[in-house]
Design a protein around this ligand. Structure first.
Ligand code: PLP
Length: 649
């Protein structure tokens, strides 16, 4: 009965406020009327929705083990379309005389399916690709076959890299080699003359404008990439002297990823426009200004200049780029350049999420034991029990000083720990003291929950009494930035959000690493160390979504504890049936064999060794022959199996 009352007073709006799904969901995620998280995978088809509950059922039916990465291909396509359409609309509205020629920097997510989907969705816009290393360059040469789209090459280069770029020119592609340091330019000029292939040259300028946010080191004098103004002039003149002045076509800058502050973008655009205009007036008829990446994602849903947010919309960003360039070019009397941008995070972040199952609860108090009185107990235990018994059963709370109770309990527990080490109390007595201590602390917490004023000492109580939910995943594989750079990634239950969550928990993963945890969440529009979650119910699994993992997280995960890659499902929606979706592809995550092979082991030889040991025990009579066969098979099955916890049986 009381349960029902609770459920009735908790609404979807409460859940929305708690988890902020619509705030960070970018229009793709919301909590549906039925309390499940819904995906609206295509922002031009608002009637199309996928219910996470149905999706989880389908995954289970396909016998795919959790944890699972889910990719919503429609979200990816939708993001490519919005970026291009927004640029085209603003260009039109501003009567800007250049075009938008965007590229996707594949380092943000190099998965073949992701790159293919972006190339396909971007084809009507001649959307191109960007590479920053030789393996990425080899990839974009094979995948960006559209002669009208750009291939932008950033990063440090060797001879092979430049030769591959020139091969791209031979194939009729618009491959731009962006010079990061002067020596690359001399190499490019030499090779292009040797091979008789005309390059398209870009230069990256080290900007004075500071990017702000977490990646502000990407600009300024100490930036790792780019040319100073004097080097820009020297490079242009050098190309001219080699008879290749006309090949200098693009000016590039990138002042850092996840720019939280719109002012930084305006500043940088302004500075770049000025360099472009000056070079133009010096006789270099450049065609493109490339504004790099940096378009942010609102991970915490605050629409602020926090590191995990952004204080601007896509449209504002685009308008600042387009109008900023137009204004400077008109003032300087030079043509409007075509605009290139290299947005990776903004295109990919929303399209994938990780679904993990909560597999256990770690309570601070561990197990409770029977604390009833026995003869000849130590006084410390007696005192602790008396303290506990002195607590009122319910009401009448105000007559007691709970802070004093708590201080006594803490002190006596510390004394008990000393006494135990000094052989004064037994392990049983110590165990009882511990149990009583936690029972007292819980009551103190319950008391302060009802109070308006909570003394400072007592404010950390909720956190120290909160449970940790053990989740079947690895932070190092699936949410590496939350460990490495304190990046906030939204986490929420996927179903039953219409029921009030009753527990405040932090999350821990299954790696043997105490850093393998998530304890920063956005709850109720602020940053909290615990997330409200439902109680665990043995008859019903609890699945959590870790969202916005499509940018960087997906591909930067590492092999800590040899967990390896996750099972993946690729989800598409149906045009004709707005409620329907299908899993087009299932990619198997790493098997134990695969991760061991990467670490130089020989799994088949290992299986043979274990089999020999088993056979020896069979010969000794320690294992029955039939049992021996079963153990051998079991070892081999585990080698061929998934690396994460098995929870399907
Ligand atoms: C990383 C990188 C990008 C992508 O930046 P996002 O902020 O993810 O869009 C673009 N250009 C260059 C040169 C980069 O190094």
């Amino acid at each position: 009965m009381s349960e029902d009352i609770k459920q009735n007073s908790w609404s979807i709006e409460d859940a929305e406020r708690t988890y902020g799904v619509s705030s960070w969901g970018g229009g793709y995620f919301k909590i549906g009327e039925n309390g499940n998280v819904h995906v609206i995978p295509d922002n031009s088809h608002q009637d199309m929705t996928i219910d996470f509950d149905a999706l989880l059922k389908e995954i289970k039916q396909e016998k795919i083990q959790f944890p699972v990465v889910i990719r919503f291909h429609d979200v990816l396509r939708s993001q490519v379309v919005s970026l291009n359409e927004t640029f085209n609309e603003v260009i039109e509205e501003a009567s800007y005389r250049g075009e938008y020629n965007g590229v996707y920097p594949i380092k943000v997510n190099q998965m073949r399916e992701v790159v293919e989907e972006i190339v396909d969705a971007g084809a009507p816009y001649d959307f191109g690709l960007e590479a920053g290393s030789k393996p990425e360059l080899l990839t974009v040469l094979a995948y960006n076959t559209n002669p009208n789209s750009l291939t932008i090459l950033n990063g440090y280069k060797d001879e092979e890299f430049i030769k591959l770029a020139l091969l791209g020119r031979k194939l009729g592609r618009k491959v731009v080699v962006v010079i990061e340091k002067f020596s690359e330019l001399t190499m490019l000029v030499r090779l292009s003359k040797e091979l008789d292939i005309e390059p398209i040259v870009g230069i990256r300028s080290k900007m004075q404008s500071k990017g702000m946010g977490r990646w502000q080191g990407s600009s300024g004098e100490r930036a790792k990439f780019g040319l100073t103004i004097s080097e820009v002039i020297k490079s242009a003149r050098y190309l001219e002297s080699e008879g290749l002045g006309h090949t200098l076509k693009l000016l590039h800058f990138h002042i850092g990823s996840q720019l939280p502050e719109i002012r930084a973008i305006k500043d940088a655009v302004n500075e770049a426009a000025r360099i472009y205009a000056e070079l133009h007036k010096l006789g270099f008829n450049m065609e493109y200004v490339d504004v790099g990446g940096g378009l942010g994602i609102d991970y915490d849903g605050s629409q602020s200049a926090n590191d995990s947010s952004r204080n601007y919309s896509l449209r504002e960003y685009v308008a600042d780029v387009v109008y900023g360039l137009r204004e400077m070019c008109d003032l300087e009397g030079v043509p409007h350049p075509n605009i290139v941008s290299e947005s990776g995070r903004a295109i990919t972040a929303h399209h994938s999420c990780v679904v993990t199952e909560v597999v256990g609860e770690i309570k601070p108090e561990g197990a409770e034991i029977d604390t009833s009185e026995t003869t000849s107990e130590h006084i410390l235990l007696k005192n602790m029990r008396e303290l506990y018994n002195s607590l009122p059963v319910n009401s009448l709370f105000d007559s007691l000083n709970f802070q004093e109770v708590y201080n006594d309990a803490v002190q006596w527990k510390e004394q008990a720990s000393q006494a135990f080490k000094l052989r004064v109390i037994s392990i049983e007595e110590f165990g009882k003291i511990e149990t009583l201590y936690w029972q007292i602390t819980r009551q103190v917490q319950a008391y302060y929950k009802k109070q308006e004023f909570v003394p400072e000492d007592m404010q950390g109580l909720d956190y120290s009494l909160s449970s940790q939910y053990l989740c079947n995943f690895s932070v190092f594989q699936s949410a590496v930035d939350s460990w490495a750079i304190d990046q906030l990634l939204p986490v929420a239950p996927l179903t039953k959000l219409n029921i009030e969550p009753v527990k405040n928990c932090s999350l821990v993963d299954i790696t043997c690493d105490s850093d393998g945890k998530i304890d920063r969440f956005v709850v109720d529009h602020t940053i909290a160390s615990v997330l409200p979650l439902p109680d665990l119910n043995p008859s019903e699994k609890c699945y959590l979504g870790i969202f916005l993992t499509g940018a960087y997280q997906d591909v930067m995960g590492d092999m800590h504890n040899l967990f390896g890659r996750l099972n993946e499902v690729h989800v598409f929606s149906h045009d004709d049936d707005p409620e329907d979706f299908y899993i087009e592809e299932i990619l198997k995550g790493s098997t134990v064999e695969q991760v061991l092979t990467i670490m130089q082991y020989h799994p088949s030889a290992m299986a043979l060794d274990v089999k020999r040991s088993i056979d020896k025990q069979v010969a000794n009579g320690a294992i029955k022959p039939r049992e021996g066969v079963r153990w051998t098979d079991f070892y081999e099955d585990c080698l061929g199996g998934y690396t994460y916890l098995r929870t399907d049986d």
